[in-house]
Design a protein. Structure first.
Length: 254
């Protein structure tokens, strides 16, 4: 995402601007309800030790990838061995969910123009709340890491020298699908939505717009943001550095 600050401002304005065709009383009630929930969501994300630990693990893992040759090697391998006309065409499709000017209006319509309490209404509300919760952390990571795009050079972190240390497309595009996955009781449907949630991130790697570490941070931030507003127990996922490489850490309760 070229300008994540503008995107976050748009997200905020879009969330609070009334939908003109909706009854004022009903709209106000929903806005008040969402505002109250957001207060608790921010506490769950920024004051929860477990959530902050996982966020720290993901940042640390991504940092080691970004500040070594791994990012560049993965990018070159993908470009030389996997990228094709087919992946370019698929990328054109799966890039779309990460476009804030497309995704946010769809979510706003689903939240404020559908019946209160319906599954679509709940999905849209949770997705918008997760985006709000994760946006400040996303901005901080983007700028504090100072990562650059593949077209700009290496992925090494140079604090506040650039603003692409985290992929905004990966974050925005993943949130609605991870939210849907968590709302599904059917494990196959849930797995499908989780699978689709990574595709916006892959589209950024395919298009040479972001390195793997940057796409990873965008997706993991989306995951943790949904976790903060979801009352269910979520599996813990993190990329953990090891002496011989990297390990995906998963802790789930059954």
């Amino acid at each position: 995402m070229k300008n994540f600050i503008s995107a976050c401002i748009f997200l905020f304005v879009s969330f609070i601007v009334p939908v003109c065709s909706f009854a004022a009383d009903d709209l106000m009630a929903r806005l008040v309800s969402d505002s109250a929930l957001l207060k608790e969501d921010f506490k769950s994300f920024y004051l929860d030790a477990g959530n902050l630990r996982l966020l720290g693990l993901n940042i640390a893992g991504a940092g080691l990838i970004a500040n070594s040759s791994v990012d560049r090697e993965l990018q070159e391998y993908y470009r030389d061995n996997l990228r094709s006309d087919t992946t370019d065409s698929l990328s054109d499709v799966f890039r779309a969910p990460g476009e804030i000017l497309l995704t946010v209006p769809v979510l706003l319509g689903a939240r404020y123009l559908t019946d209160e309490g319906s599954k679509v209404n709940l999905w849209a509300g949770k997705s918008l709340r997760a985006m709000f919760v994760g946006a400040p952390a996303g901005l901080l990571i983007q700028y504090s890491t100072g990562g650059g795009r593949p077209k700009e050079g290496d992925s090494h972190w140079r604090p506040f020298k650039n603003n692409n240390g985290l992929s905004g497309h990966s974050f925005i595009g993943a949130v609605p699908f991870i939210t849907a996955a968590r709302m599904e009781d059917n494990k196959y449907s849930s797995a499908f939505f989780y699978g689709v949630s990574v595709l916006p991130a892959l589209s950024r790697i395919n298009d040479d717009e972001h390195y793997f570490s940057q796409a990873l941070l965008g997706w993991s931030l989306a995951y943790l943001s949904v976790a903060a507003i979801d009352k269910k127990d979520l599996p813990e996922i993190a990329v953990v550095p090891r002496a011989d490489g990297y390990m995906v850490y998963l802790n789930a309760s059954f």
